[in-house]
Design a protein around this ligand. Structure first.
Ligand code: ADQ
Length: 444
């Protein structure tokens, strides 16, 4: 089997394995343990200047190769163009994007530096798989370094219609860069259609033919086991006691403006305002670890959420009931799985999301005898795949309140009828199958 080289902005910590690892690391675990593999990217550390020689750590058949980023490159490539220009644009939020030529130059320079440091480590038959919006130009830079291996690219976030994407200065260059990849993967058919149209509009018809949808999944069986085991733990018993028989609503998201958190909190506020019968009978737990905390927009969002939580709790709390419990700490996955299993409703309302794995985790965590209901944004990539969810427009707090009310009142037979096909879809569309499908395309 050919060696697999994964390139991603962040490389997981070699010590962070199994139940504690999240996201991409979990999704790729199968691929990197069954064959020789290398994981290449940023170490997560900054230094005076970007390193030219990667640090190598070997663990069985897997090699971690990481580079520290120079302070100025971190600001321009990561905070600047990746998070400040591309992230909002790809999430349809041009109004939140800024553009700075210096940052864009930094983005290109870091991609070139990655390619230069990676090229000498490559072997002839390697399959190279680059991940996400930080690395649009990496393929083209690797070709410039003389790399002839098969190159794949997967975009984890949405791709908007060309009318939106072309609002980003240098969008044409970014699309031309993508044409260097042999396989270009997106989460949904809509995203794939948007990217094909954008490539065609820039005269890249041939590259448009290499774009396909590969919806990412989770290891559902493992998550179900985590949830089952969590229920037996002391910690969960204490948590259940603290709810005093009240129904639980759960939300789990990074603190990010794409996740629709203010609108969601207002939706919950509307539930308590319009359906007074839920007061004192429901508790909403929102777990939202802070991310990108050094970016001004994220700091403003945090203040907005702090204020909303304070107001909602101030308006409705009773001496023995806090309507909205809000945590900004990360929670271990087993604990999250336990919370999800106990929750009568999972509330997942991003304004836009590539896929949204939390929605799938909520489905996998449910008790097959007594599953909860999923309230899901119609703009999450997961929406077309999870037909049993109560779909809402995440910008409409009233719609969120109505769906929550419906979820709380839903009889068992309807919950079962909605959940069973979703559980099947989540199990079949596993992380492992996602990986295999992409690699099958990449390796021809
Ligand atoms: P994210 O935007 O990070 O991922 P998501 O798909 O929901 O969004 O994945 C988040 C992961 O982090 C989940 O596994 C979740 O359980 C975990 N997580 C979230 N909050 C946590 C907390 N408080 N404590 C511990 N773990 C927590 C990007 C794209 C998505 C796409 C994924 C994968 O934005 O659209 O689905 O990549 O491709």
């Amino acid at each position: 089997m050919k060696r697999l080289v994964i390139v991603a902005n962040r490389v997981p910590d070699p010590k962070d394995r199994g139940a504690t690892a999240g996201g991409l690391a979990v999704a790729l675990q199968d691929a990197v343990t069954r064959r020789d593999a290398m994981w290449f990217g940023w170490s997560g550390k900054t230094a005076e200047a970007t390193a030219t020689e990667p640090a190598l750590v070997r663990q069985g058949r897997l090699t971690y190769a990481t580079l520290d980023l120079g302070d100025s490159d971190y600001r321009r490539y990561y905070q600047g163009f990746s998070n400040g220009s591309l992230w909002p644009t790809l999430h349809y939020r041009l109004g939140l994007a800024h553009f700075d030529r210096g940052e864009y130059a930094g983005y290109r320079e870091v991609n070139a530096a990655f390619a230069k440091a990676l090229a000498p480590l490559l072997r002839e038959g390697d399959a190279i798989w680059a991940h996400d919006f930080h690395l649009f130009p990496l393929g083209a830079e690797l070709r410039r370094q003389g790399c002839r291996q098969r190159l794949g690219f997967f975009l984890h976030v949405p791709f908007p219609p060309h009318a939106v994407f072309s609002g980003l200065p240098r969008a044409g260059e970014m699309l031309a860069d993508l044409a260097a990849y042999d396989v270009i993967g997106l989460q949904t058919e809509d995203d794939a259609a948007n990217l094909r149209a954008a490539l065609a509009a820039e005269g890249q018809e041939e590259a448009a033919g290499r774009v396909s949808a590969f919806p990412i999944g989770i290891d559902a069986d493992a998550f179900t086991k985590l949830a089952e085991r969590a229920v037996e733990k002391q910690e969960m018993a204490r948590f259940r006691r603290s709810l005093a028989g009240r129904a639980l609503v759960i939300g789990v998201d990074r603190l990010d403006y794409s996740k629709g958190l203010p609108q969601r909190f207002v939706g919950y506020d509307q539930l308590l305002a319009r359906y007074a019968g839920h007061r004192s009978r429901v508790t909403y737990l929102q777990v939202t670890p802070i991310s990108r905390g050094d970016v001004a927009q994220y700091q403003a969002l945090r203040r907005e959420l702090d204020e909303l939580v304070g107001r909602i709790n101030g308006d409705y709390a009773e001496p023995d009931w806090v309507p909205l419990r809000y945590m900004t700490r990360a929670v271990p996955r087993p604990t999250l799985a336990g919370f999800m299993r106990h929750a009568k409703a999972g509330l997942v309302t991003p304004l836009r999301d590539g896929m949204n794995l939390v929605a799938k985790e909520y489905v996998a965590a449910q008790d097959p005898e007594d599953p909860g209901a999923l309230v899901l944004s119609r703009f999450a990539g997961a929406a077309p795949y999870l037909e049993g969810a109560l779909l809402v427009n995440p910008l409409d707090p009233d719609e969120i309140a109505e769906a929550l009310d419906q979820a709380m009142a839903m009889p068992l037979d309807e919950r079962l009828a909605r959940w069973r096909p979703m559980a099947e879809v989540v199990r079949e569309g596993s992380a492992r199958n996602w990986c295999r499908a992409f690699l099958a395309a990449l390796e021809g």
